[in-house]
Structures are given as structure tokens and as C-alpha cells.
Design a protein around this ligand. Structure first.
Ligand SMILES: NC(=O)c1ccc[n+]([C@@H]2O[C@H](COP(=O)([O-])OP(=O)(O)OC[C@H]3O[C@@H](n4cnc5c(N)ncnc54)[C@H](OP(=O)(O)O)[C@@H]3O)[C@@H](O)[C@H]2O)c1
Length: 440
């Protein structure tokens, strides 16, 4: 039987999962591939380290270059993480005509274009299903299953850590710090959770998805990104009253140009932020560390993928599926069968100022006559129309009362201007809170 030799760089969480799946599912994989996948080398940093999954000592090397130099390694599987050594390894593999599988979202989001160009030049492939939403086959769905369709909108819960935290805050009324500590204790959050709670991780993933869905070329810093650290249990309770659940959403969607916007190519919005979504929506039911991506496309209509977005076996399953797909290409001598996304953008990103959505606003104001009217006038001056208002008359110790306003769709820059003006009122006691609303 034909053998396809692979070299695995990195044998941590995902690397261990990959080898377990290759060993435990060897029969099924051989039957589906018509060839045998053989691990030729495994590179780690510390060869003496105890491993959760047993490794044949003859395979292990501390040198990444051994994978590149081994002529029997046809596919390099990059699972070391980071963007420096990983870039050198992947670029080195492509230059030598080896195919690459990676689960490294940071690498693909930051330097995917360079790597895709190099791969095309050398007639080899880069597959990266594990880089977004772990085991959920969202990349394959966008590249292959929906190749016939035109995607209009993508809404994702693509970060399990923050979804775990928000679920705990919503269901148990826990403050954020407590929910985060629990996530860390259970291994859902890193000791330094900044990339997750800032929305940065989700923004990296959104860039990768928006390229596949819309032909966008975005850097994470192009995406309007807000994290979850400002959220308070009170916001969940208010939102529930209006029929909403609160999630950290990654959103990319085609939008019509509004009057006054400069004409040009197709326009998309790309943003990551906490969002109120209808309680009855499928995404609202995505609890704990689970991930989901909802798509809306012209031919299929709405569809959703749901599953585990991280972990050894879920991510390992995506990586092994890529190894199998690449091996099929190798066996059939058809590299580049599914072309990599082009680096020339096909759409334009709408500026953050021009983004439009509904807003939930929570003001902390002095309980004196005329406050509501003044806020309403400030919003109206900027063409922001109010959908609902709620005020609780009970003042807290400092004499402040919460006032919550839900608006119809408004322009981001108008909303920011209004909030800045309202925060300067002598009747405003604390900075106002803003959460965007997605009706999905
Ligand atoms: N963990 C997940 O659930 C998950 C989900 C989706 C995507 N990913 C992505 O998958 C990749 C791997 O993540 P992970 O969680 O498996 O990481 P990990 O547990 O920290 O493992 C990293 C592995 O890489 C090895 N390594 C690091 N630098 C190396 C170098 N210069 N030379 C040789 N080996 C080196 C380490 O060796 P030692 O063991 O000797 O230290 C370790 O085995 C990352 O890009 C991550 O973003 C992870």
C-alpha cells in the first residue's frame, strides 16, 4: 500500500491528539484514503519531557530542520504555535516542495498571504482547518461545501474561553472575575487570558473566515474589536428583560452602502464584540466552552456548525482530516485541487464609523427631573431613534439610578458622539455602557 510520510512539529496538546487519532483510527483512515499515513519524525523542544501520549524514541528530534531534511516527510504538520519559528518552518517546508498542515491561527491571520503565495509558487498546499474553531469543519465548509454559494453573513461564537465565562455570568449571576477564575481552574482559560478576553483571538479567527467567505483581506487590527472585561451581571439581567442573551460574537457580513458613503466595490463589516442576540436564536443556546458559526448564504439560506472549538482530540480530528485530504491530493497527484484564497481583496471593509446596528445603552444618572429628556434629545440630534426605555427609580448609595435605552439601527460614529456628549453631563454619574444588538 502507498505510504504518505509526515513529520509533526510540536507534540503538546494538539500534537498528542493527532498521534492518538492516527493510531486509534488507522484502519478507518487507510480505508478512506487507500494509503497509509506514516509518522517519520516528531520535533519537540525538550526531548526528555514525559508525554501524555507515548512516542517511539526513534522518531523524536529537538531539531525542526530534521523534518525539512527528511526526504520521506511529504507533509509537515506545524503544531508549535507562534509566528516566528512556525513561519520559518512552514516557509522552509513549502520551499522544499512539502505540503503543510497547521492549526496556527496567529500564523495564518498574520502571514497567511505570504505562505499561500509561496505554496502556489511551489505547487504545494497549506491546509489549516484546526486554526479556527478546533474540530468544527468551518474552513472546509466555506472552501468546498459552500463553493457554489454566496455568503451574506457569518456570525460566530469562536472563542470557547469567553463563551464559558459569559455562560457562567448569565446562568449563575457571577461577576466576571469569578467566572474567569473558574475558567482558569478548569483549564478553559490560560494563566494570561488577555488574548481571549480582549477579543483578539476571535479577531484573528474572523480574518481567516472573512477571507474564505468574502475574499476579504483583513489584519486583526482592521477588525472593530471589543472584549468582555467591561460586562457586568446587571447587563445580562437587563438584556434578558428585553428578550436577549449576551455573547461575544465574531461578525462578518455584506452590507449595502448607506446614502453618503463613497461608492466602490462590495462592502463588508467585520467586528468582534459582546452582542445581545435574541434568546430564541440557535447561537443563544451555545453554552459553556462550545463554539458555533452561523452562516447565511443565498442558495442554502441559514446554516450552522456547532462543536468543540479546542482540545486535543477535537482539534486533532481537524488536523488529521487535513492530513488525509492532503494525502489524497498527493496520491492522486493533484496538489492545489482546492485553490488557496487569493490575496487580492474582492471586497472593501466598511470603516468603523460607518458600522450600523442596534444598541443597548446603560446610563448611570442622577435621579433628577429632565435627565431622560436631555439624553433622548442628544440621541435625536444625531438621528438615533429609541426603541425602548427602562428606568428603575431605586437609587444606589451614590444617588445614581440606572437608565437603559435600546435603540433602532444607528451609525457607530453618531452613537459614539452621543455617548461622549452624555458622559459630559453633570447628571451622568459613571461612564455609560454600550452593547451592540444583532438581530441575526
Ligand atoms: N490547544 C488547543 O486546543 C488548540 C486548538 C486549536 C488550535 N491550536 C493551535 O495549535 C498549536 C499548538 O497548540 P498546543 O495547545 O498543542 O500547544 P502546546 O501544548 O504548548 O504544544 C506546543 C508543542 O510545540 C513544541 N515546540 C514549541 N517550540 C518548538 C520548537 N522551536 N522546536 C520544536 N518543538 C517546539 C513543544 O515542545 P515541548 O513539549 O518539548 O515543550 C510542544 O510539544 C498552536 O498554534 C495553537 O494555537 C490549539
Amino acid at each position: 500500500m502507498r505510504e504518505v510520510g509526515i513529520g509533526i512539529a510540536g507534540f503538546g496538546t494538539v500534537g498528542g491528539g493527532v498521534l492518538s487519532i492516527l493510531e486509534n483510527h488507522a484502519r478507518e483512515i487507510e480505508a478512506r484514503l487507500g494509503a497509509r499515513i506514516v509518522v517519520r519524525r516528531v520535533a519537540v523542544r525538550d526531548v526528555a519531557k514525559e508525554r501524555a501520549v507515548a512516542l517511539h524514541p526513534g522518531l523524536v528530534t529537538p531539531r525542526l530542520s530534521d523534518l525539512l531534511d527528511d526526504r520521506e516527510v511529504e507533509v509537515v504538520v506545524e503544531l508549535i504555535g507562534g509566528t516566528t519559528e512556525a513561519f520559518d518552518l512552514v516557509a522552509g517546508a513549502l520551499r522544499r516542495g512539502k505540503h503543510v498542515v497547521t492549526a496556527n491561527k496567529a500564523l495564518i491571520a498574520a502571514r497567511g498571504d505570504e505562505l499561500f503565495r509561496l505554496a502556489a509558487e511551489k505547487g504545494v498546499d497549506v491546509y489549516y482547518e484546526g486554526a479556527v474553531c478546533g474540530g468544527i469543519p468551518i474552513i472546509r465548509t466555506l472552501r468546498e461545501a459552500l463553493a457554489s454559494d454566496r455568503i451574506q453573513a457569518l456570525h460566530g461564537i469562536v472563542n470557547g474561553t469567553t463563551n464559558f465565562i459569559l455562560t457562567a455570568m448569565s446562568e449563575n449571576g457571577e461577576p466576571l472575575a469569578q467566572a474567569l477564575a473558574e475558567a482558569q481552574r478548569l483549564g478553559y482559560a490560560e494563566a494570561d487570558p488577555t488574548l481571549d478576553v480582549s477579543g483578539g483571538d476571535a479577531a484573528q479567527k474572523l480574518c481567516i473566515l472573512a477571507q474564505l467567505a468574502f475574499g476579504a483581506r483583513l489584519r486583526p487590527e482592521d477588525v472593530l474589536t471589543e472584549g468582555i472585561m467591561q460586562l457586568e451581571p446587571a447587563d445580562f439581567a437587563w438584556g434578558r428583560g428585553f428578550g436577549y442573551a449576551l455573547k461575544l460574537l465574531a461578525v462578518a457580513c455584506r452590507v449595502e452602502r448607506a446614502e453618503g458613503e463613497v461608492p466602490g466595490p462590495d462592502l463588508i463589516e467585520a467586528r468582534v464584540h459582546p452582542a445581545f442576540i435574541p434568546q430564541a436564536s440557535l447561537l443563544a443556546g451555545v453554552r459553556g466552552a462550545m463554539n458555533a458559526v452561523q452562516l447565511r448564504s443565498d442558495a442554502l439560506g441559514p446554516s450552522m456548525l456547532f462543536g468543540q472549538g479546542a482540545g486535543a482530540l477535537p482539534t486533532g480530528s481537524a488536523v488529521v482530516a487535513d492530513i488525509i485530504d492532503l494525502s489524497r491530493n498527493i496520491v492522486a497527484s493533484s496538489p492545489g485541487r482546492v485553490p488557496l484564497p487569493p490575496s487580492t481583496p474582492r471586497v472593501q471593509l466598511r470603516s468603523h464609523d460607518e458600522i450600523r446596528c442596534g444598541y443597548y445603552l446603560r446610563f448611570s444618572v442622577k435621579d433628577v427631573p429632565g435627565v431622560l429628556a436631555r439624553i433622548a434629545n442628544t440621541l435625536a440630534d444625531r438621528r438615533i431613534s429609541i426603541a425602548a426605555v427602562e428606568q428603575r427609580d431605586q437609587a444606589d448609595g451614590g444617588g445614581a439610578v440606572p437608565l437603559v435605552i435600546v435603540t433602532h439601527r444607528a451609525r457607530e460614529a453618531d452613537m459614539r458622539g452621543a455617548i461622549a456628549a452624555i458622559d459630559r453631563f453633570d447628571t451622568t454619574v459613571a461612564p455609560s455602557r454600550l452593547i451592540r444588538i444583532e438581530e441575526l
